[in-house]
Design a protein around this ligand. Structure first.
Ligand SMILES: NC(=O)C1=CN([C@@H]2O[C@H](COP(=O)(O)OP(=O)(O)OC[C@H]3O[C@@H](n4cnc5c(N)ncnc54)[C@H](OP(=O)(O)O)[C@@H]3O)[C@@H](O)[C@H]2O)C=CC1
Ligand SMILES: O=C1O[C@H](COP(=O)(O)O)[C@@H](O)[C@H](O)[C@H]1O
Length: 505
């Protein structure tokens, strides 16, 4: 079986950091570091996938002693330890350390450098590599990128920089960010992470599309009516309101995660599965999409219900904020393959369930006996319970002629019972260590995505488009059903009776 990414042609990852490597996590006191970055690093460590002799260094302003840092660092790591034996978790804590310092003063980076050098004296001579991970708010990306380049850039080894989204707030600020960081860091050194590109089912879309000839003839506007890419979370901002209110659901989820998924669904076959060819094709999709129109956008904000607080009840949210916590918007790709097919992006917080999925709805069967039968749908369930399934109509067995929508089902747990589904952050950090940027966001992809979203974001920031209230724990604004119906979506559940006089026996 072939593999994707830079490992395809050579069978070997390129410029892999195999030893003498320190991973430095900025923002080590924060939510992302605690919930995702450190657990992913531990996951890789446990599997023996980090470079030999690796060290992890956390950096942030918060003053913490070693004990406090390590307690926090592993607070989201799953599994229990047997206190009688030295566990991988103990080892992981031993190779980790913490330095506190500012993000905008030389002194902090100088202290960090001393610490890094003291670790490196224990390494064998030869190149010393450094992977810098920015688990930071974008407001400090630039000073930290500059400080690190000035004081902490390894002179004799490989340096890499992983930066978290959101990359800016609109096209202009994103370009400023790109340009400021680009002055110090080469594009090949910069890995812009969008963790949805590390999710197993998202990675499967490429393979599914381009290795299954059965689907190629119908992957276009002749067969497909509409596509929904939907993100649902059953909890609200809960303490992250300060961050969230500045960005809103469009910048938090739609402009990056869902748009990235869209490009993979819609791209033309790449010349190869190398990083450049894949990203070239994704950029072409973005360039073929017009900016989003306000009339194609439905905005919502959750209110208190079922004993749960509303968005405006969160102390970290400014009073009277109009920030959308739910959005549905429709993108049209102006090319021969996709002309006329609505790609509906939907994301909401505090909804009725946790679910992220892509739903590709095929057109009705043409005139004739089955013209009213439910449509086929191909669903990629990204999470939870990863699956790909195709809704098809089948005759119910028996002496009657009744058709029922049923599923051809590839549920991962059933189909691959032995396989562990990797965590997205584990997969992407490993890619960065291996120098494979296929699943990271290139500068022109970012530019393309911001061009599509900036006008609607400015329109919303100008206090236009009052969000519609929806209850915590609901399916979103009541208008949502009509919104997707108006864009061609038809629910496909229910039974179907054969349209003949002796139908339902
Ligand atoms: N949390 C999550 O689930 C996800 C987050 N992200 C992205 O990761 C990045 C970090 O997110 P998250 O960890 O949630 O954010 P936090 O608000 O927890 O910030 C991380 C750390 O940065 C420092 N910090 C926070 N605000 C400021 C500020 N205004 N100026 C300087 N330093 C500040 C704090 O450390 P100290 O004060 O100690 O220096 C904090 O611990 C963001 O870009 C976010 O969009 C992406 C995907 C998921
Ligand atoms: O980037 C973000 O993603 C998380 C959801 O990530 P998931 O892997 O759990 O689906 C979201 O909660 C957060 O608001 C956003 O910044």
């Amino acid at each position: 079986m072939g593999t994707l990414g830079t490992s395809t042609s050579t069978g070997q990852a390129q410029n892999e950091l195999k030893e003498n490597t320190i991973i430095i996590v900025f923002g080590a006191s924060g939510d992302l570091a605690k919930k995702k970055t450190f657990p992913a690093l531990f996951g890789l460590y446990k599997q023996g996938l980090l470079p030999r002799g690796v060290h992890i260094v956390g950096y942030a302003r918060t003053k913490m002693n070693d004990h406090e840092f390590k307690k926090r660092q592993v607070s989201y790591v799953k599994g229990t330890d047997d206190p009688a034996v030295k566990s991988p978790l103990d080892e992981f804590k031993e190779i980790s350390s913490y330095i506190s310092g500012p993000y905008d003063e030389d002194s902090g980076f100088q202290a960090l450098e001393e610490h890094l050098l003291s670790i490196e004296t224990k390494y064998a001579s030869g190149p010393h590599n450094r992977l810098f991970y920015f688990a930071l708010p974008p407001s400090v990306f630039i000073p930290v990128a500059e400080g690190v380049k000035k004081h902490n850039y390894s002179k004799n080894g490989i340096n890499r920089l992983i930066i978290e989204k959101p990359f800016g707030k609109d096209l202009e600020s994103s370009r400023e960010l790109l340009s400021a960081i680009g002055k110090q860091w080469a594009e090949e050194e910069t890995f812009r992470i969008d963790h949805y590109l590390g999710k197993e089912v998202v990675k499967n879309i490429l393979l599914f599309r381009f290795s299954n000839g059965a689907f190629s003839p119908s992957w276009n506007n002749r067969a497909i009516s509409n596509v929904q890419i939907m993100f649902k979370e059953p909890f609200g901002t809960e303490g992250r309101g300060g961050y969230f209110d500045e960005f809103g659901i469009l910048r938090d989820i739609l402009q990056n995660h869902l748009t990235q998924v869209l490009t993979i669904l819609a791209m033309e076959p790449p010349a190869s599965f190398g990083a450049k060819d894949i990203r070239d094709e994704k950029v072409k999709v973005l360039q073929a999409i017009s900016p989003i129109a306000p009339e194609d956008t439905l905005l919502g904000q959750y209110v208190a219900a079922k004993g749960k607080p509303g968005y405006l009840d969160d102390d970290t949210v400014p009073k009277g904020s109009k920030c959308p916590t739910f959005a549905a918007t429709t993108l049209y790709i102006k090319n021969e393959r996709w002309e006329g097919v609505p790609f509906i992006l939907i994301a909401g917080k505090a909804l009725d369930e946790a679910k992220v999925e892509v739903r590709i709805q095929f057109k009705d069967v043409t005139e004739g006996a089955f013209k009213d039968i439910p449509r086929n749908e191909l669903v990629f369930r990204i999470q939870p319970s990863e699956a790909v399934y195709l809704k098809i109509n089948a005759k119910v067995p028996g002496l009657h002629t009744r058709a029922l929508p049923t599923n051809m089902d590839l549920t991962y747990k059933r189909q691959f019972p032995e396989s562990k589904i990797p965590d997205a952050y584990e997969a992407l950090i490993l890619d960065a260590l291996r120098g494979d940027s296929s699943n990271f966001v290139r500068d022109d992809e970012l530019d393309g995505a911001w061009k599509i979203f900036t006008p609607i974001l400015h329109w919303i920031d100008g206090k236009n488009g009052d969000p519609i209230k929806y209850e915590y724990g609901s399916t979103g604004p009541e208008e949502f059903g009509d919104y997707i119906a108006a864009r061609g979506y038809r629910p496909s559940d229910g039974q179907y009776f054969w349209p003949t006089p002796h139908a339902a026996l």
